[in-house]
Design a protein around this ligand. Sequence first.
Ligand SMILES: *[C@@H]1O[C@H](CO)[C@@H](O)[C@H](O)[C@H]1NC(C)=O
Ligand SMILES: *[C@@H]1O[C@H](CO)[C@@H](O)[C@H](O)[C@H]1NC(C)=O
Ligand SMILES: *[C@@H]1O[C@H](CO)[C@@H](O)[C@H](O)[C@H]1NC(C)=O
Ligand SMILES: *[C@@H]1O[C@H](CO)[C@@H](O)[C@H](O)[C@H]1NC(C)=O
Ligand SMILES: *[C@@H]1O[C@H](CO)[C@@H](O)[C@H](O)[C@H]1NC(C)=O
Ligand SMILES: *[C@@H]1O[C@H](CO)[C@@H](O)[C@H](O)[C@H]1NC(C)=O
Ligand SMILES: *[C@@H]1O[C@H](CO)[C@@H](O)[C@H](O)[C@H]1NC(C)=O
Ligand SMILES: *[C@@H]1O[C@H](CO)[C@@H](O)[C@H](O)[C@H]1NC(C)=O
Ligand SMILES: *[C@@H]1O[C@H](CO)[C@@H](O)[C@H](O)[C@H]1NC(C)=O
Length: 886
Amino acid sequence: MRNDAVRTLFCWVLLVFGGRVSCDSVGVNTFILDGTWSLHNSNGSLSLKAQVPGCVHTALQQQQLIQDPYYRFNDLAYRWISLDNWTYTTSFSVPDNVKASKKAVLVFEGVDTVSTISLNGVVIGKTDNMFQRYDFEVSGLFKDINILEVWLMSAVTYASERRKTHTAYAVPPECPPSVQKGECHVNFVRKAQSSFSWDWGPSFPTLGVWKSVRLEFFNNSRLISFSTSPKYDAVHSCWTVKVELFFDVTLASKGVVRLSIPKLQSEAKFSISLVPGLSNTSLILQINQNVTVDLWWPFGHGQQPLKQLLIDVTMDSGEKFQADRLIGFRTVELVQEPIPSSPGLSFYFRINGKPIFLKGSNWIPAHAFQDQATAVNLTQLLVSAQMANMNVLRVWGGGIYEQDVFYILCDQLGIMVWQDFMFACALYPTEQDFIKSVREEVTQQVRRLKSHPSVVIWSGNNENEAAIASNWFFIPSAEKPRYVKDYVNLYVENIKEIVSQEDNTRPFLVSSPTNGVESEKEGWVAQNPYDPHYGDVHFYSYLSDCWDWRTFPRARFASEYGFQSWPSLSTLSKVSVASDWNFNSEFSNHRQHHEFGNMQMLLQAGLHYILPNNTDPVQKYQDTIYITQVMQAQCVKAQTEFYLRSRSDIVDGEGHTMGALYWQLNDIWQAPSWASIEFGGKWKMLHYLAVRFFSALISVGVEDDDNLLIYAVSDSHKDHTLKTTVKLYRWNSFTPQCSLESDQAVVKAGGVTKVFQHPISVLLKNCKNCTRQSCVVTFKLSSSEDGVESPSNDLFLISPRDAEGIQKPNITFTLEDAGGRIKINLHCLYPALFVWLDVEDISGVFDSNGFLMISEEYTIYFTKWEPITVKDFSAKLHITSLRDIY
Ligand SMILES: *[C@@H]1O[C@H](CO)[C@@H](O)[C@H](O)[C@H]1NC(C)=O
Ligand SMILES: *[C@@H]1O[C@H](CO)[C@@H](O)[C@H](O)[C@H]1NC(C)=O
Ligand SMILES: *[C@@H]1O[C@H](CO)[C@@H](O)[C@H](O)[C@H]1NC(C)=O
Ligand SMILES: *[C@@H]1O[C@H](CO)[C@@H](O)[C@H](O)[C@H]1NC(C)=O
Ligand SMILES: *[C@@H]1O[C@H](CO)[C@@H](O)[C@H](O)[C@H]1NC(C)=O
Ligand SMILES: *[C@@H]1O[C@H](CO)[C@@H](O)[C@H](O)[C@H]1NC(C)=O
Ligand SMILES: *[C@@H]1O[C@H](CO)[C@@H](O)[C@H](O)[C@H]1NC(C)=O
Ligand SMILES: *[C@@H]1O[C@H](CO)[C@@H](O)[C@H](O)[C@H]1NC(C)=O
Ligand SMILES: *[C@@H]1O[C@H](CO)[C@@H](O)[C@H](O)[C@H]1NC(C)=O
């Protein structure tokens, strides 16, 4: 079934993006100028062909003028590319009859970033914001052969020049930490903030024409863009859809717009009149009240029905515009209200009137060179997120507003989107031209994205409230008010104001993390934006024991938390050589952009596991990668389970947690990071564990004051009567030493229920052969009535490091072809911990991995995402467990 879902989505993406035009018109002549252009650097020493959309790095690599920029130390070797200025040029001709049109507009969907654009030697415009679409009027400039030139200035040089002109006061940070090997002053340029380096990513301050370019000729009017916003009218208990149409008009004219949603038997006609210039019209389509509107739900809570809305515009002067869009009907509220017996306010999302626990992760750009982030790549990542039972992703504010296909897929998959505006971990200038550019960016992006039911919230920035409140940049207290004023100016007086005008169908937060309405009360910068009694929290602690849930804040909503690990050797080997395969190599240090990151991973792993000591250095390197993934998976599991089980609790005034989004889903290159999916799409151990801990019904085991407590956490919309089965196994036997069954208990819908409580000392006393050292506890929920059950879970009574009797399991396998899947029959001699199946770079997923193998035989399936024979699969299959690395 999963496999089919993947296949269907791939086909669907190809269908939509393989040529079908979603917007037709009569009366406008469009010339797509994408394709092969020429490109040269400032002194002309390099001259080559380049694809548009694209960027300089990709062009140089495609022409084999440089190696893979991700290879080894090339990020430093190719720094010169971003310090030079580059010119893209193309030539084209236009038929005479079209040239005779009254108006011609050159549309750039996106330029990265600082450019001067000229047509036939005449400067037609400049750009300085990669998040804006630019429309330049070019009427009357055409010749027989037309030369279009885009001169791109180094964004690094530009940022530093802008910094120099900002003399009144500093706008920190000046530069990233040296461990990131990045460029300075990125906050002065409206460009992906991570492109100047991040703690998980390289510095590639790209230059290019990163989106489509086209020419539009018309005589009377053209449709620039449109947006569609369904809204529920609670007073009249009915749905409406607001449709906004944005036109470019040369001559006042009248026309008729027909809106229809055939599946909802709803349609209406509207007369419109357009005035010269930029003209808009806003229409409200009433949904037929005789028809039941089936609602769009987040994944795990219902279906994602989408309805086709047809837009038909006929102007009296003869132009016709046709467009369509898939829309979804749902309501979203962010609830911040008092909670009994707790100071502060709640913070949770109510979708279609139901409180929903947000389970998911954070999204970063899928590639430093966005022209290489294909629809297939995004599909694979988003399907992987859904397969891990995620219902939300936060599009983090240091990257980009994602491609349309990203949001279309989220609509289809039921993945809610928490959309940040692109500001992160910095203070920002507020010069007039900067603000003006941001205003245009925000207006355009809200209009582009608000039509998607998946987008459930806007957020002004990433961590900038916290940066001021916790004084990350060592600003003397006397100067703080100036920065707070700039903060309020940018995010409240500009961004928030625009969003409230453009979109009143979803909530807006000024920052993440924030205390929400409490931050507002405190002048938009709270004393402590990490207060667990309000809003959302980001929390990281690499050195405190991650198995100890007491170290986590019992927040209302955890929007960031996580631990690093290294990606697998097969991923690293694409960009490294054998001499790099050592945890202390120059390469290993170079790829680690988080200070002390490699050391922190080993210290955290060393708290619970024996570290690898193989005498073969490459084997030891692979084992070290493995142990970092075990550490990460188990740490994030512990923290996520803590948030999930805090849903119904108030302990010392804290709790009612309603969101757990770990940092981070995906990677931008092959390097250590907090991601659960490696660059290239391979799942780390964490992602396999996420499938289980984000399941609709889970059991969570906790040790508290010698008590073993087991909680049932249910996302179900109805109550279930369940029993809990608890077993204790010795590390050297497949026979349970003891087996206990709880009474049937009612597990409440959308809540947490304690289903088992037993003193561990008593448990062990009654279980003759078990001690903390020699046994592990497993547990599971099941129902005799409706077949509902949880994945099985486990709890270690002591760190595996200090356990007694763990044996080498000697895991062996046989394989069978099972159609689209490969069946793996595993056999072992002893129970095995964190069993890890690795097939190098073969694309696909196992139905389970990183598991506790507690019986002699296991059957695992591998779903192939590429054709592969059993023989080739067998040659690449490696199996490791915890006891195999020392
Ligand atoms: C031209 O620019 C390239 C790249 O910045 C540089 O390596 C080269 O030395 C320059 N050549 C001349 C003749 O200035
Ligand atoms: C790039 O253009 C800027 C602005 O004209 C100029 O200051 C700088 O020297 C140029 N860089 C190179 C490498 O030519
Ligand atoms: C605009 O009118 C001119 C003159 O009639 C015609 O040649 C041209 O094709 C028209 N343009 C479009 C886009 O229809
Ligand atoms: C639409 O046009 C009107 C009149 O020019 C203007 O007041 C309004 O702000 C515009 N609305 C949008 C969403 O652009
Ligand atoms: C709704 O149903 C009623 C009764 O059948 C009918 O009179 C009315 O026209 C319908 N309305 C719409 C908008 O179809
Ligand atoms: C992205 O997808 C393309 C195919 O569209 C594939 O060749 C490439 O390896 C993928 N890249 C990543 C990073 O997954
Ligand atoms: C306890 O361990 C002993 C020695 O390993 C074994 O003979 C006995 O069968 C075990 N008891 C149970 C209940 O498994
Ligand atoms: C591991 O299993 C294989 C296959 O069953 C067997 O040949 C081998 O002797 C076993 N090794 C150990 C150490 O038991
Ligand atoms: C690795 O460590 C284990 C456990 O401490 C020990 O038994 C083993 O002999 C060590 N192996 C090597 C090669 O040092």
